[in-house]
Each structure stands twice: as structure tokens, then as C-alpha cells.
Design a protein around this ligand. Structure first.
Ligand code: C5P
Length: 230
């Protein structure tokens, strides 16, 4: 089946961990806002993709002006963000039809490769939910705060069963929209967790270690270094 391709970019966060005045998705990397670099990766991979960008209400005007001034003319539906990432994606899904493939990709992961985007879309033709994931190389522990408030190890985890999950996560749109009909749960930190809660199998494709999520000032420096390698 030839499904149309949609991209939902949740960029509705305020990015407090970065400590900057501007949300992290608007900080410059290689002279462009991170959000623009992220969308450009998808346009390069899939030129006909339909883009739905979720923005903080307070920054919608700024983004509109930036796109006009800098000639970033890709057609995009702009949607106001919600209280959490879950609510932001849910708002965006109102603008995605059934029968499509929808990729949901964090605005702050501009380094995903064009090849990986294409590989994930191709895999999603035959599976309702496909995500990029990488096996853990770190030793993993469970940790809880003790009586003094100090983090203390409470156990070990078999790392062969724990993979780190990235985006873009790609779904049959009618499956994702149905899963998002349920109420919010704090465990819903990505879209696969919403789909899993609805009992849908989620398939993993090997992720990329360079597809980092820019969250802290150190990540921004790391992203610049990765870009200069290419
Ligand atoms: O905060 P976190 O790192 O999980 O954010 C992941 C992505 O979700 C970011 O692109 C951020 O802008 C987005 N987000 C959103 N709406 C929120 C919170 C986060 O679109 N309310």
C-alpha cells in the first residue's frame, strides 16, 4: 500500500534544562535554528513529506517570521504545543489523516541521517510501529535516593535486555491516533510507549549513536563536533 508520509515535530517544549532564554529547538547550530536543521533532514530524505510542527504558543510568531525572512518556505502546518510532549503530539495528530505513515521526531535531534529516515519509513510499510533503538554499552543499575537523599544503587539490570530508544518513531497513522485516544500517563515519554500500552507490537531498527537529543549545553558542543565530522 502506498501511504502518504507525514512528519510530526514536537517542538513545543520550553527546554529548561538548557538554561538558555530561548527554547533549545531555536538555538543556532551551524548558523541555523536546530528545528530547521531537523526538518531539513526529512525534506532531504522524503521531499514530499507533509510537515506538522508543534510550537510553544509564545514562539509561533517568531518561527513564522524567521521562516519568511530566511526563505525557509517548506509547507508546514503549525500547531500550538500542549502541557507535555504527549499533549503536543496529540494536538498534531488531529492534522494527520488515517491511512498514512507518520513519523514523530524530536525537534532537537537534527543529526539523524537521511539513510536512517528512509530505512525506518521502508520498514514501517510492513509493520504498524517501528522505532530506532541501540543496545546499551553502559552497565546499568537501578538507583533510588536513600534517607539522606543520596542516590544509592538498589540493583543491577541485565543490559542485554535494555536498549536506548530514539526518534524518528514511525507508525501507521490510524494506529497511532487510536492509541493516543487514551488518557495521559507519566510513563508516556515517547510515542512507542503509548502504542505499546494499546497492545500494538513495536519493531526496532538499529539506531545511530550520533542521533543525539540536544538537551544540555554540552550536547550542543557535541552536535557541532559530530556535524564537523561529516
Ligand atoms: O523535554 P523533552 O526533551 O522530552 O522533549 C522532547 C521533544 O518534545 C522536544 O522536541 C520538545 O520541544 C518536545 N516537547 C513538546 N511539548 C512539550 C514538551 C516537549 O513538543 N510540552
Amino acid at each position: 500500500m502506498d501511504r502518504k508520509k507525514f512528519l510530526v515535530i514536537p517542538a513545543g517544549g520550553s527546554g529548561v534544562r538548557m538554561g538558555a532564554d530561548v527554547p533549545k529547538q531555536f538555538l543556532l547550530l551551524d548558523g541555523k535554528p536546530i528545528l530547521r536543521l531537523t526538518i531539513e533532514r526529512f525534506l532531504e530524505a522524503e521531499p514530499d513529506v507533509h510537515v506538522v510542527t508543534v510550537l510553544p504558543e509564545a514562539h509561533m510568531g517568531w518561527w513564522r517570521q524567521y521562516c519568511a525572512k530566511e526563505g525557509f518556505t517548506c509547507p508546514q502546518k503549525m500547531v500550538a504545543g500542549g502541557f507535555t510532549r504527549f499533549h503536543s503530539v496529540k494536538n498534531a495528530l488531529q492534522h494527520v489523516p488515517d491511512g498514512a505513515l507518520v513519523a514523530v521526531h524530536d525537534s532537537v535531534r537534527p543529526l539523524v541521517s537521511v539513510e536512517k529516515i528512509r530505512e525506518l519509513f521502508a520498514a514501517a510499510e510492513n509493520a504498524p510501529a517501528v522505532i530506532p533503538a541501540t543496545p546499551s554499552t553502559d552497565t546499568l543499575k537501578t538507583v533510588a535516593r536513600n534517607q539522606d537523599g543520596t542516590p544509592e544503587v538498589t540493583g543491577s539490570v541485565d543490559r542485554s535486555t535494555v536498549w536506548g530508544v530514539q526518534t524518528p518513531q514511525i507508525f501507521h497513522s490510524e494506529v497511532l491516533k487510536k492509541a493516543y485516544e487514551r488518557g495521559y500517563d507519566t510513563s508516556f515519554t515517547d510515542d512507542a510507549s503509548v502504542v505499546s500500552a494499546a497492545g500494538i507490537p513495536v519493531i526496532c531498527v538499529e539506531g545511530e549513536r550520533t542521533n543525539i537529543k540536544i538537551t544540555t549545553p554540552e550536547d550542543l558542543a557535541l552536535a557541532q563536533a559530530i556535524l564537523s565530522l561529516k
